[in-house]
Design a protein around this ligand. Structure first.
Ligand SMILES: C[S@@+](CC[C@H](N)C(=O)[O-])C[C@H]1O[C@@H](n2cnc3c(N)ncnc32)[C@H](O)[C@@H]1O
Length: 349
């Protein structure tokens, strides 16, 4: 093996494409190594100070040799590092798995390696039938199960805050709030995006609208951003009615649903839109020509995730235009936010 191909984990004479394929095939180990570290609270333990595997194992109730192996595996990913005395320290990247890190990805790691894991394990069945894991196992596509499972709801809504936090700044920059007085975040979850919008526009008021289980925990997010006094939380279903406002914000909502239900949501937004108001759809856009960029992969991953988990899908710009038209809206503008994320603006047709 040469130094160069050792670095990429490929064998002498092996084409790099084969090594890349081998990596993709084995990608599951990273999901589970990271999830396990989070379940075991390993990052939070190491955040208190560098620790030997024995100390960490004693503190976390683990088998010491096995934990040493997990630590080594995490070190290969740059999430922790071992010094000459055999003590393991958290790196800056590993610190992103701590519960209280402002940019934490802990809940996302627990979700990807937990509930999503089982669904992806039956992707072939979802492709064969076109139905989500939930539907094939007797459930219905939607968020009802979270109403009766507080632990799953806590994990899901936290994960959404984490994911939305990383793109909210770019969305705030991309969205047009000119002349707006009241922004309704429809299916806004715990309100991470709305809170950042309100923080950036001190004259705006907000309404955070979601199912009751989505709003639990929203007060803390709004308070953290110092906008609680300008934001009202309202529980309800966007298939029935949506609070009135001159901006209706829909982030990562339409992609959860099939076309018929996405049109229903848009139609309820249109009903509640002030005369000069606009609906802002924040979603990843499927490129007209599919490529191999990280953005293409992010959209493809999310699209398949919608297939295995719900009835939804990622869509092209033209497909959003068709949904809007069916709901009495017309696309009137578009801005790029970051990666594959765009803000599409629609007004009453
Ligand atoms: C993928 S999450 C997006 C949350 C948030 N917009 C974000 O991007 O962080 C979808 C949201 O839709 C909400 N939702 C699902 N069904 C709903 C319904 N019938 N009425 C209102 N909200 C609903 C969920 O509770 C959840 O907060």
């Amino acid at each position: 093996m040469t130094a160069a191909n050792m670095h990429h984990g490929s064998l002498d004479g092996e084409p790099p494409q084969r090594a890349q394929l081998f990596d993709w095939i084995n990608a599951s180990w990273t999901t589970q190594a990271i999830r396990s570290a989070c379940v075991l609270q390993l990052p939070d333990w190491l955040a208190r100070g560098a620790s030997s595997a024995d100390e960490a194992a004693a503190g976390l109730g683990c088998d010491a040799p096995a934990l040493a192996r997990l630590l080594r595996a995490l070190a290969t990913l740059g999430l922790c590092a071992e010094d000459d005395a055999g003590r393991h320290a958290l790196t800056a990247t590993g610190a992103l798995l701590c519960e209280d890190h402002p940019q934490s990805l802990r809940a996302w790691a627990l979700m990807a390696g937990g509930p999503q894991w089982q669904r992806w394990g039956e992707l072939d069945q979802s492709v064969r039938t076109g139905c989500s894991h939930r539907r094939r196992h007797g459930g219905s596509d939607g968020f009802d199960d979270l109403a009766t499972d507080p632990a799953a709801a806590e994990q899901f809504y936290r994960a959404m805050v984490e994911m939305t936090r990383s793109i909210a700044g770019a969305v705030v920059q991309a969205m047009n709030a000119t002349g707006a007085r009241c922004v309704v975040d429809v299916g806004g979850g715990r309100g991470e995006l709305l809170a950042q919008v309100l923080a950036a526009h001190p004259s705006l008021r907000g309404v955070l609208f979601d199912l009751p289980q989505g709003l639990a925990g929203a007060d803390a997010v709004l308070a953290q951003h110092g906008v609680a006094a300008r934001c009202r939380c309202m529980a309800g279903s966007f298939f029935e009615t949506v609070p009135e406002g001159d901006v209706q914000l829909l982030k990562s909502v339409l992609h959860n649903w099939d076309d018929a239900r996405a049109v229903q949501i848009l139609a309820r937004c249109r009903d509640a839109l002030a005369p000069v108001g606009r609906v802002l759809i924040v979603e990843r856009l499927v490129a007209d020509r599919i490529g191999r960029t990280p953005q293409d992969r992010d959209v493809a991953r999310s699209d398949l995730n919608m297939l295995v988990a719900l009835s939804g899908r990622e869509r092209r710009r033209s497909e959003f235009a068709a949904l809007c038209a069916a709901a009495g809206l017309a696309l009137t503008g578009e801005a790029h936010a970051t990666g594959a994320w765009h803000v599409l603006q629609a007004r009453a047709a």
